[in-house]
Write a protein that binds this ligand. Structure first.
Ligand SMILES: [Zn+2]
Length: 145
């Protein structure tokens, strides 16, 4: 993999911060709160359910959920960063991809894509739609920025 040369920073770089964030998230994904919400969202049929009460899936099974911090964790090393990351499971929710996309966009100050009619019949259609416009490689189930 050809890396373009980056200016080396003799100290804490934004790259380091990104790596720290990723590492903390990884450790968090092994944490008990995370396992609890995973267990909570998983149903007997082996499929998870989205915990957003307004989810278009209406409590039906979804292929995959992301574990979302209800209160955004915020900047790496920000106030109570670690404590916010390791919030009890009541501060977490399992969201299907459509719901997680919307929440992430809102948190990043982007306008949520117009809730189109198809949103009410989510799972199948929106999954393929959003991956087209949303760089699927950028999608990370443990991305809770
Ligand atoms: Zn949902």
């Amino acid at each position: 993999m050809a890396k373009k040369k980056k200016e080396k920073i003799d100290g804490l770089s934004s790259d380091d911060l990104k790596k720290i964030h990723r590492a903390v998230r990884l450790i968090w994904s092994w944490s008990y709160p995370c396992r609890l919400v995973k267990k909570r969202s998983m149903h007997e049929d082996g499929f998870p359910r989205c915990e957003n009460p307004k989810c278009p899936s209406e409590g039906r099974r979804v292929p995959k959920v992301s574990f979302d911090h209800i209160a955004p964790v915020g900047e790496v090393g920000g106030p109570n960063y670690i404590a916010r990351m390791f919030t009890p499971s009541s501060g977490l929710q399992a969201l299907c991809r459509a719901c997680h996309d919307v929440k992430t966009r809102v948190e990043r100050g982007l306008t949520p894509r117009k809730s189109r009619k198809s949103h009410s019949r989510a799972s199948k259609s929106s999954a393929s739609e959003s991956s087209a416009s949303n760089k699927p490689s950028d999608y990370d189930p443990f991305d809770f920025r």
